[in-house]
Design a protein around this ligand. Structure first.
Ligand SMILES: [Zn+2]
Length: 173
């Protein structure tokens, strides 16, 4: 049997009690200014995105091309060696058809999101992104895609400088 609590012990307080000064309170507006460093590899990655390029790091020991770039090889436990540009084409590694938008609201026209393995990087080195110019019935794993870049003046140094990945067209590099 469950019982409903009619009245909780103690004294209930409301906004009026605080406004009228019955309850001691402190008003404080924090000056929440902060800065965040993306780090060496991510900073360069973002700067190159603004130029419409994808960049990776090579590791001379395991011979992998790491993308997104990182300054340390997690397999060899040593610093990576050099910067290398890779292509803006790739292959859909995995995807999801989402009926929720970024605020988790239900939508009728689904968003296509997933991971693209980028050409020139080692296998399974991918980036998560949106897919466009294709329907939920056309998208498939293994599909060849190319970045749809924003106009140069609209790029800000973000992964969203690529609007989405679209199908690679016949004869296109
Ligand atoms: Zn390595």
């Amino acid at each position: 049997m469950t019982s409903k609590v009619e009245r909780w012990p103690g004294v209930e307080l409301g906004p009026k009690d605080i406004d009228s000064g019955v309850v001691t309170s402190v008003r404080y507006r924090p000056e929440a200014k902060f800065a965040w460093s993306a780090g060496e590899a991510m900073s360069r990655f973002l700067a190159e995105l603004q130029q419409g390029r994808l960049i990776a790091r090579t590791c001379n020991k395991c011979k992998r091309i790491l993308f997104p770039p990182r300054m340390y090889c997690e397999e060899c436990f040593r610093p990576t060696d050099a910067w290398v540009y890779i292509r803006d084409t790739g292959t859909i590694e995995t995807y999801s058809v989402s009926y929720l938008d970024i605020d988790a609201r239900r939508i009728t026209e689904p968003i296509l999101v997933g991971v693209v393995s980028i050409d020139g990087a080692s296998p399974k080195m991918g980036m998560m992104h949106y897919f466009g110019e294709m329907t939920k019935d056309e998208i498939r794993i293994g599909m060849r895609v190319k970045a749809k870049w924003r106009a140069p003046e609209r790029r800000v140094g973000s992964v969203l400088d690529i609007e989405y990945f679209r199908p690679l067209r016949e004869g296109e590099q």
